[in-house]
Write a new protein. Structure first.
Length: 212
């Protein structure tokens, strides 16, 4: 009897770890050839460009169905990515009427007609940079960490502003295009970055028109 043992290459082990798989599908030859040429001219691999286009399509589709989409930056690890998504989906929409009322009171505090209310959205937010470092998984599983509190507060703020607009107390002034925020989380093995795409109000400033 002959026993043949198979040992995976380091590359195969890495592929399995990060979920890197080979996929095949059919398309017209001229399209494949033109895509190959275009990638070569732009000095980008076909795999990388396909991934970019797929992610863009996934985000576009998800935006139509969800208020938030999370993608992990540079590290294709769907486990952490999905965990962030699940944690935020589970907590962000659990705001209460009291939370929104408090947000509205804070926004309108000492405001008079003509005053400006800001709704600036940061491009990058860093969490747990100076505190005790714990495993990323433990941090993400906690529903009371800094990241969750920030996103919950930001989302509740959008709801509060929308209600103030509906109540004709403020009106939009300056538009903005920021719908993506990088969440930079420090943990016991360094830091991980997640891109958060949110369905936010498309304005950065509002004018108070009825302070009563």
């Amino acid at each position: 009897m002959i026993i043949i043992s198979y040992s995976k290459r380091p590359q195969d082990k890495w592929n399995d770890k990060v979920g890197y798989k080979s996929k095949s599908f059919k398309l017209y030859e001229h399209t494949a050839n033109e895509f190959n040429i275009a990638c070569a001219e732009n000095r980008i691999s076909q795999s990388k460009k396909l991934t970019e286009m797929m992610n863009a399509f996934i985000i576009e589709t998800a935006r139509r169905n969800k208020a938030m989409v999370v993608k992990q930056y540079l590290e294709p690890n769907s486990e952490y990515e999905g965990l962030v998504q699940a944690t935020l989906d589970k907590t962000v929409f659990n705001y209460t009427k009291e939370t929104i009322k408090k947000q509205k009171e804070d926004l309108m505090f000492n405001k008079r007609n003509g005053d400006i209310i800001t709704n600036e959205i940061p491009y990058v937010m860093t969490f747990n940079e100076f505190g005790p470092k714990e495993p990323l998984m433990s941090y993400l599983l906690s529903e009371k960490n800094e990241m969750v509190e920030f996103v919950c507060s930001l989302f509740a703020r959008q709801v509060a502003i929308q209600e103030l607009i509906t109540e004709q107390k403020i009106m939009p002034s300056t538009p903005h295009q920021t719908h993506k925020i990088q969440l930079n989380i420090y943990h016991d093995h360094g830091n991980s970055i997640f891109d958060l795409y949110m369905e936010l109000l498309p304005f950065s400033t509002f004018v108070v028109i009825n302070s009563n």
